[in-house]
Design a protein around this ligand. Structure first.
Ligand SMILES: [Zn+2]
Ligand SMILES: [Zn+2]
Length: 299
């Protein structure tokens, strides 16, 4: 699966705006020169538990089949002991997914798969690059970044970069959610989101997903409203790095009904049934160990 197959239009547009900021390449160069990526990785490997076939296999084993379906190498998977449900992806050179104990405790296997597929969506879209930049800017703060990068980049430019990154991060979540919908379903993703939002079981049991989505749609309609509505929407949004959950619910349910999603989902089914190659899409014949077109190892 390629990012261009499913990228959300807001993600593509925000990425374009981000790439058009003239100071961005020098800021990125500096962040990677400072070794921020390695700092994050060493913090991760010293704090979290690396899962594998012989370490909490009941959770780890959910990941490789998703990666096979999506045609990506299996990233490292770590368990963070935070009691709140959450997941994230990091590591530009050595990509890894982290899920929290709260997610494992509160979610069913299908819901954990939705969270993992969402993270794999970030990997396919190469979101990790700009995410690392956003995290670095957030951790160092504007003033420190300014002194690290030099006088040429002042606080006003940094604020612009930070806001463009926030806008892009919000939109990038919608692309990653689309992958979760395809590997599991919009309903499963919505239940996972509800648990990440810490909605208690007694409400979740009878939660009306359509009404929740309508709430997100109402907010999205501000996009098409008057100039003032657009300002309200911008002000509510500009410092957030994740979109509002009702918007994610609305977008996920809309995407699941789209032609593009149905077609991609059918393709994934053919991969699961061993009928086409997960890497190149070539039709396969039973008994093949490797794809005869691209050489990918088949399971
Ligand atoms: Zn995400
Ligand atoms: Zn192939």
């Amino acid at each position: 699966m390629r990012a261009s197959d499913f990228i959300h239009p807001d993600d593509a547009a925000a990425l374009e705006r981000l790439r058009n900021i003239p100071a961005l390449p020098s800021v990125m160069k500096k962040v990677f020169e400072l070794g921020y990526d390695q700092i994050m990785w060493s913090e991760n490997v010293t704090t979290n538990l690396r899962l594998g076939p012989s370490q909490v296999p009941e959770v780890y084993n959910l990941l490789p089949p998703i990666c096979r379906q999506l045609g990506i190498p299996v990233p490292e998977l770590y368990l963070n002991m935070n009691p709140l449900p959450n997941s994230w992806t990091s590591g530009q050179d050595r990509v890894y997914i982290v899920i929290t104990l709260g997610l494992v405790r509160r979610c069913s296997d299908e819901e954990i798969k939705a969270a993992l597929a969402h993270e794999c969506g970030h990997i396919i879209c190469n979101h990790v690059l700009y995410n690392t930049l956003a995290e670095a800017i957030y951790s160092f703060g504007d003033t420190l970044m300014e002194s690290l990068i030099g006088q040429a980049i002042n606080i006003v430019i940094m604020k612009g970069i930070r806001q463009a990154l926030n806008a892009w991060q919000r939109a990038s979540e919608l692309s990653a959610d689309r992958v979760a919908c395809m590997v599991t379903s919009a309903g499963t993703l919505v239940r996972t989101l509800a648990k990440i939002e810490r909605i208690p079981c007694f409400i979740l049991q009878n939660l009306n997903f359509d009404a929740w989505a309508a709430q997100g749609e109402d907010y999205e309609l501000l996009k098409n409203g008057s100039a003032w509505s657009k300002i309200v929407r911008y002000m509510a949004n500009s410092d957030m790095d994740h979109p509002y959950t009702p918007v994610r619910v609305y977008e996920a349910m809309k995407w699941e009904k789209s032609k593009a999603c149905v077609m991609l989902k059918n393709g994934l089914k053919l991969i699961v049934n061993g009928q086409i190659c997960p890497v190149c899409g070539n039709p396969l014949t039973q008994g093949w160990q490797f794809c005869k077109k691209c050489g990918a190892k088949l399971q």
